[in-house]
Design a protein around this ligand. Structure first.
Ligand code: ZN
Length: 472
């Protein structure tokens, strides 16, 4: 007899509302009771209908519905009490393409429960505490007709007008949202109030026990991840301080390493601390989107810097292993390195040829203060060699020497060499002189000293501590 409690495969009525608790139930969810309970429910529905009392109603057409057994299958479903209700119930339109009408009816059906009434009372009391809300214009469940099209109207739970400054008012439609959300219903309402240049303001019963992810796709997400609750505490606050208060529940994004985590927060806030964005029908206390994009940007920067650090190490490791003859497959290693560099918008030659090697040897030796990644031993040897064969990169070389104070070391080595040459009677061109000549020739655009600046980006990666002047 287990199939006694089973719902038929394609029930006409998918949801019912129990008006005694104001909640909506899936038809299969409600029927899952014992056979005795089912018949009790049936009696209850008929009695309530007779006495005009809160009943179990079809979520779509809001007319009484009762559980009925299919004689052939023994399965159950909900049926309208009056057969004729089947005709114009939105559920009957089997060929319906969108569910917006049913959603709208289901949504309105929720307004009949005790929770909804209680919340409306609390909200009304809070609004009435605030003298900036014009008491004459605060109205409950009154039709709001469109200014441009009078045939279009909505019936917000509470409509109110708040004085913003001496010149302007803000008209607000407060809608109470108890449990489920209906995206299409919400979108249609938002559109209506936007045309009215008014604000649609959603109020929740509570957010504890609400899974915020459930709201992610619609209301919560669209409202900058803020939702507002009216409860006993906020009503007391509104009353004591003479202004409208809400409990704002929101996500605060926090950065952990390079990941942004959302932390759930709650805070009681007055109306005048809220940001009103009528154009996007948003109202929020905490600017989640702005904060999140700021943190994501920081995370990106951290990640980028980390990658650059890694690239720097790889680049040096590559040339070191080439220099020591320990690189098993330089072509492939270089190709990968080149690809990674290009991801950071840094172009290097297709092959790791002599030019790139010379540039690398020069700048790294200048930093080390001795020959590095080259067979040359001293800085002076590297400098002399560069003066002969690495002229196009002398500008980079000079900047590293200057930054690391190795220029002085070069001059000292040079002076000692001069002493030795004097003893042998050879002529010596000092680096002090050469330094001046190089600078003059570069500044004068001497063709012999034309600088190759195609490695500026690579240089900036290898030496982030050295600020490059912008190229002319
Ligand atoms: Zn119906």
């Amino acid at each position: 007899m287990s199939n006694v409690f089973t719902l038929v495969d394609e029930p006409l009525i998918e949801y019912v509302i129990d008006q005694t608790d104001g909640k909506e139930y899936g038809a299969g969810e409600y029927i899952a009771a014992s056979a005795r309970e089912i018949s009790e429910i049936r009696v209850r529905v008929y009695d309530a209908r007779q006495r005009n009392e809160p009943n179990i109603i079809c979520a779509a057409c809001h007319r009484p519905a009762y559980p009925r057994k299919n004689v052939k299958t023994g399965k159950f479903h909900f049926a309208h009490v009056s057969e004729s209700d089947n005709q114009d119930c939105p559920y009957n339109d089997k060929k319906r393409l969108d569910t917006s009408r049913i959603d709208s009816m289901r949504y309105n059906g929720q307004k009949e429960g005790p929770d909804h009434k209680l919340l409306k009372r609390l909200l009304r009391a809070s609004i009435d505490s605030d003298p900036l809300f014009d008491p004459i214009q605060t109205r409950e469940e009154k039709n709001w007709y469109g200014a441009t099209d009078e045939n279009k109207w909505r019936r917000p739970d509470i409509a109110a007008t708040r004085l913003l400054d001496t010149l302007s008012n803000l008209r607000i439609a407060f809608e109470i949202q108890l449990s489920s959300t209906y995206l299409k219903v919400i979108a249609a309402r938002r559109e209506f109030y936007l045309k009215e240049n008014a604000l649609l303001f959603w109020i929740f019963k509570d957010a504890s026990g609400v899974n915020p992810l459930q709201y992610q796709d619609d209301l919560f997400y669209n409202n900058n991840s803020n939702l507002f609750v009216v409860d006993e505490e906020t009503v007391r606050n509104s009353h004591e301080q003479g202004k409208l208060f809400f409990r704002c529940c929101y996500y605060e994004p926090l950065l952990a390493g390079t990941t942004v985590n959302d932390i759930w927060r709650e805070r009681v806030v007055p109306f005048d601390e809220l940001t009103i964005d009528t154009e996007h029908q948003r109202v929020y206390w905490f600017d989640y989107k702005a904060e999140k994009s700021k943190l994501l940007e920081t995370a990106r920067e951290i990640l980028w810097a980390r990658e650059e650090e890694e690239l720097r190490t790889r680049y040096e490791d590559f040339w070191n292993s080439v220099h020591l003859g320990k690189c098993a497959d330089p072509e492939t290693t270089y190709r990968r390195l080149r690809h990674q560099l290009s991801m950071h918008d840094i172009d290097v030659p297709e092959h790791h040829g002599r030019e790139l090697e010379r540039f690398t040897q020069m700048v790294y030796s200048a930093k080390a203060g001795e020959g590095y990644l080259t067979g040359l031993k001293t800085l002076l040897e590297v400098a002399n060699n560069s003066y002969l064969y690495g002229k196009p990169f002398l500008w980079y070389f000079g900047r590293v020497l200057q930054h690391y104070g190795t220029w002085d070391k070069l001059l000292t080595q040079d002076k000692n060499a001069e002493q030795r040459k004097k003893m042998t009677g050879k002529k010596h061109e000092s680096w002090k002189e050469k330094g001046k000549i190089i600078k003059q020739k570069i500044d004068a655009n001497d063709p012999d000293f034309k600088q190759n600046r195609s490695f500026d980006k690579l240089f900036a990666l290898l030496f982030p501590e050295i600020t490059l002047p912008t190229t002319k």
